[in-house]
Design a protein around this ligand. Sequence first.
Ligand code: S3P
Length: 429
Amino acid sequence: MSTKLVTKTNSRLKGEIIIPADKSISHRAVMFSSLAKGISRIENFSKGADCLSTLGVFKSLGVNAEFKDEKTLIINSKNGIISPKNGLDCGNSGTTMRLMSGILAGQNFNSVLTGDESLSKRPMGRVIKPLELMGAKITSNEGRAPLNIFGQELMGIDYVSELASAQVKSCVLLAGLHANGTTSFTEPHLSRNHTELMLEYLGAKIPNFSAISESKTIIEKSELTPKTITVAGDISSAAFFIVAGLIVPNSEIILKNVGLNPTRTGILEVVKNMGADIEILDKKIVSNELVGDLKIKYSELKGCTIEGNIIPRLIDELPVIAVLATQARGTTIIKDAQDLRNKESDRIKAVVCELKKLGANIEETLDGFIIEGKTKLKGGVEVETYHDHRLAMSLYVAGLICEKPISINGFEWVNISFPEFEKIFESCM
Ligand code: S3P
């Protein structure tokens, strides 16, 4: 385990930062390119451990994948995927396990999905249930990994989900890609729609797809066409720089190549609402996804309430938004975020426990937090990451404004999504 000492930054944050590749889009790029028979090219692929887990799974399924340079991946899937010899290791990645179960349930071979200690504790019933309704045969450890998938012919269904979850939605749509007939997925609020956008880009039949407002998606059995996919920068990684830029006095930074898919930009709406000086400089479409640059300046902030249908649009940013709220005047209430307890750690408990150690005024509720600001964070303590990359990075950002240095135990977990995190932070100090 590595411990990272973070000391209050003496300098403001300044300069231009290129935000590395989006994790969600990188996973999907490997998955869908492997399903598209032929040669595909993925540009700006994320080399975070989670995306490498997905790549490893497809190599075990017989797909030929090679890096042409640091970030360009060529996928050669001439014969599609074949029966694996061993279990398929999803590592720490919930996205890999949940989306793979949708892909594998309809194949003509059996497979086993395994994960690390954290992933083996996370709920998989949410994907097993709709897949079984489609005719899938899956056994599990009481709704948890390992998942034994016995490939079956699947039938399309109309599934109405209680959860707004892109992982569940993607699982059902991917099963629908191979199922007989038509499959639909309806969710209470629209979750991230990278699956729909990329499947459409690769030629899948998604009738009446209107990218931003619909919370019902339909897919028909389809073949995918291999193409070049350029992965946008990850707004969830940008979030740490957005928050740091807003709370480290006198900062002014430009974040380049940030994915601005409206199903992911909840954080931008929230910080604007809190009084942030943040500007979108340039927008373009890259491989069916909206991308742009952001300019962020240190700002005086006020508390706000974050609830309802915005939650799935900023779910992964809530730990670092909690750090931000400690520096906003008044009360910030975050609710309707109970699923935070099912992430890489119980992020409600973990965030409250660790930010309290730093001196924050934060309380746990069943489905979120209540934070009073503005609080001077004292620091001078050891904090824990709970094997959770977003905890590690959120605590690092908090450390930049703590009066005394903090020691972050298990800092190496940042490698799950953002191996370049520290190097990029240091470049703008
Ligand atoms: C993801 C969806 C979200 C998110 C996760 C990545 C995806 O999970 O928290 O980090 O790539 O589809 P849920 O869909 O379970 O909310």
